[in-house]
Design a protein around this ligand. Structure first.
Ligand code: HBI
Ligand code: FE
Length: 275
């Protein structure tokens, strides 16, 4: 399969990952034999650092499900996780070589398959990496797929993505994905908590999003989100807060067709806009 650049938003860089391994649906076998001892060590160290930070910062549903990921001292076999995940919510994870184009991405989600990048960052990238690697995808995204409401939401998102593609509105839907699935906050009984994978898998962003007085935190408003550009290479300046996963489910349930039309007629907002 030809190498095709696919990165959140526009990118000047080529994609990272060997796309010649991928099939027509962009999935590939998890190259488990390809991991070195250093790769497993990186995973173990990332897990150790992050598991210490999530209490009091990650939402309850995440903390409940996290142990279900299984082994923490090496990169898990995706099959091992699938044995439990499929029983819990009929979701599966599938290996991919990295970021994939929107249509295959949404098609997998619509079929309750979550694409997980199989390679891991280098030791030099321990603190920061722009694109998703196996640690971000597993630690950040997979625990909430064990939650029935969230699991159903992700499938609906996939179906909505295919529809957005037909309506040439993927960019607007990507903003929603970004500000919820990747960088969403939820208010729970003990305070503000993270449910977005980009927050949950990053030590710096977790503390910035939950503890810092700096960023703007707005109630989730679908039109406001779709108007708001995002930055992929810095901490977010604006987060959107939900009161429950049911709220996220309900607010994203309507047909977005009229909303896309309306938002396209409105001015875009910068990531730090206060209006
Ligand atoms: N591919 N592997 C992978 N992981 C993602 O999270 C991902 C993707 N391709 C497209 C994409 N996300 C974004 O366009 C989302 O807005 C849907
Ligand atoms: Fe992600």
């Amino acid at each position: 399969m030809a190498v095709e650049p696919v990165v959140y938003g526009a990118s000047e860089r080529p994609p990272r990952g060997d796309y010649s391994r991928a099939g027509a649906d962009y999935t590939c076998p998890q190259n488990y034999a390809g991991y070195t001892q250093a790769d497993h060590d990186t995973y173990r160290r990332l897990y150790e650092r992050q598991v210490a930070l999530v209490p009091g910062r990650a939402c309850d549903e995440f903390l409940t499900a996290l142990p279900t990921l299984g082994v923490k001292d090496r990169i898990p076999h995706f099959d091992e996780i699938n044995d439990r995940l499929y029983k819990a919510t009929r979701w599966e994870i599938v290996a991919v070589p990295g970021l994939i184009p929107e249509v295959p991405f949404f098609t997998l989600l619509a079929n309750r398959k979550f694409p997980v990048t199989d390679w891991i960052r280098t030791p030099e990238e321990f603190d920061y990496i722009v694109e998703p690697d196996v640690f971000h995808d597993l630690f950040g995204h997979v625990p909430l797929l064990f939650n029935p409401i969230f699991a159903d939401h992700m499938q609906e998102y996939g179906k909505g993505g295919l529809k957005a593609h037909r309506l040439e509105s993927c960019e607007l839907l990507s903003r929603l994905y970004w500000y919820t699935i990747e960088f969403g906050l939820i208010r729970q009984k003990d305070g503000l908590r993270a449910y977005g994978a980009g927050i949950l898998s990053s030590p710096g962003e977790l503390q910035h999003a939950v503890d810092s007085p700096e960023p703007q935190r707005l109630p989730l408003d679908i039109e406001r989100v779709m108007r708001t550009r995002y930055k992929i290479d810095s901490y977010q300046q604006t987060y959107f807060v939900i009161e429950s996963f049911q709220e996220l489910f309900d607010k994203t349930a309507p047909d977005f067709t009229p909303i896309y039309a309306k938002v396209k007629g409105m001015a875009e907002l910068e990531a730090d806009a206060t209006a």
